[in-house]
Design a protein around this ligand. Structure first.
Ligand code: NDP
Ligand code: GDR
Length: 372
């Protein structure tokens, strides 16, 4: 993979699998995704490519390549005939970059997934979190609004979060009041209302997905589920003994990310725009996740977990459990992967990953890595 020197200054990738041509007389749909290098961005890209879309992703500059979750989709950038995924540099903090790509691509659908998405980190960098999550969404909405003068049919998806419900008790639905408990959640509330406002004020086809936690083997390693399954893998092969965690009594409604990106797309295929809760409607504590993950690997979590105050948050969200009846009824969406299946999928993959790490550690190529 290398940076190409084309005028667009973009990396060009394409689905490794089959080329899906548009039907005769039909134009290929174009999607623009912010946050394409993240967990959801990679699943959404796979999903849209499988539907025959041309996918453009906005990535931010990094001193390291940050496209690891997309590498399996990579095709030589010179293979223009097959390139259906293209990456461009932009940043949610840079309005001009957003406007440039929206204007030049005039996409059919815009998915705003980019965010400083870590709740605990948002207490450390509140100003930056607000700039990217709240004002960044506003910048993108402005770019889309402006582009609708040329192409009125552009549709916009905003990645909202169950964190917006915060301390409001479950079950949480579209009509449940928000009570955010972190700078991240407050910023997501602002983005939510900007999106509603642009729909009401300018008639924009704009939807808020209020997604509950969704995980996968591609989940960032400092979110609690993946932190646990990475530790299980390493403990299983002897690379780690202890796992430091914070509050084990918080309850979350955990689903599979691969299922949730379909709901994003379905929202943009409706006749009218709306806001939808997407959840499994089942809730488990962090301790239950631990029990399930360690148990699946034949381990006892109590032998390894150490409570570390550092991982407690200044304000916690105690209990989340969604009511996604509107999404089931109007979108025909339902979750496919259940809690135990999700835990097993993540543990199995992380045990395999740890086995590969162990080979490199034993050969002296890498140090036994510490947990994030
Ligand atoms: P990730 O943290 O995995 O991905 C976030 C993405 O945003 C990455 O591609 C990241 O780029 C990008 N990004 C961060 N800052 C900027 C910036 N300033 N400009 C441009 N891009 C930026 O998140 P997920 O995939 O898990 O979540 C996707 C979205 O859904 C987020 O908005 C998140 O807040 C929201 N959400 C997630 C839920 C979940 O359970 N996963 C639940 C509800 C909402 P880089 O790779 O360079 O870091
Ligand atoms: P969350 O996910 O805050 O729900 O936000 P996270 O996995 O970070 O925390 C879930 C719960 O686990 C507790 N916890 C720990 N969390 C982390 N990260 N690390 C620990 O060591 C640890 N120990 C206990 C937390 O206190 C919390 O209660 C995720 C993100 O993806 C958001 O972007 C998204 O909007 C919401 O889900 C829905």
């Amino acid at each position: 993979k290398e940076e190409n020197g084309s005028a667009a200054g973009a990396l060009t990738l394409a689905a490794a699998g089959a080329q899906i041509p548009p039907s005769i007389g039909e134009q290929r749909k174009v999607a623009l995704i912010t946050g394409i290098t993240g967990q959801d961005g990679s699943y959404l890209t796979e999903f849209l490519l499988s539907k025959g879309y041309e996918v453009h992703g906005l990535i931010r500059r990094s001193s390291n390549f940050n496209t690891a979750r997309l590498d399996h989709l990579y095709v030589d950038p010179h293979n223009h005939a097959k390139a259906r995924m293209k990456l461009h540099y932009a940043d949610l903090s840079d309005a001009s970059s957003l406007r440039r790509w929206v204007d030049s691509l005039l996409p059919d659908e815009v998915y705003n997934l980019a965010a400083q998405s870590h709740v605990a980190v948002s207490f450390e960098i509140p100003d930056y979190t607000a700039d990217v999550v709240a004002t960044g969404s506003l910048r993108l909405l402005e770019a889309v609004k402006s582009a609708t003068r040329t192409k009125p049919s552009i549709r916009y998806y905003q990645a909202g979060s169950s964190e917006m419900f915060g301390s409001t008790p479950p079950p949480q639905s579209e009509t449940t009041p928000f009570h955010p408990r972190s700078p991240y959640a407050a910023a997501k509330c602002a983005a939510h209302w900007y999106t509603v406002n642009y729909r009401e004020a300018y008639g924009l086809f704009a939807c808020n997905g209020i997604l509950f936690n969704h995980e996968s083997p591609r989940r960032g390693e400092n979110f609690v589920t993946r932190k646990i399954t990475r530790a299980v893998g390493r403990i299983r092969v002897g690379l780690q003994t202890r796992l430091f965690l914070g509050n084990l009594s918080a309850a979350r409604d955990w689903g599979f990310a691969g299922d949730y990106v379909e709901a994003m797309w379905l929202m943009l295929q409706q006749e009218r725009p709306g806001d939808y809760v997407v959840a499994t409607e089942e809730s488990h504590t962090v301790e239950e996740f631990l029990q399930a993950a360690f148990g699946h690997a034949g381990l006892d979590w109590k032998d390894h977990v150490v409570i570390d105050k550092r991982y407690f948050r200044p304000a916690e969200v105690d209990s989340l459990k969604g009511d996604s009846s509107k999404a089931r009824r109007e979108l025909g969406w339902k979750t496919k992967v259940g809690f135990m299946e999700l835990v097993k999928m993540m543990v199995d993959q992380d045990v395999e990953l740890a086995k590969r790490e162990k080979v490199l550690v034993d050969a002296g190529y890498i140090d036994s890595q510490q947990q994030p």
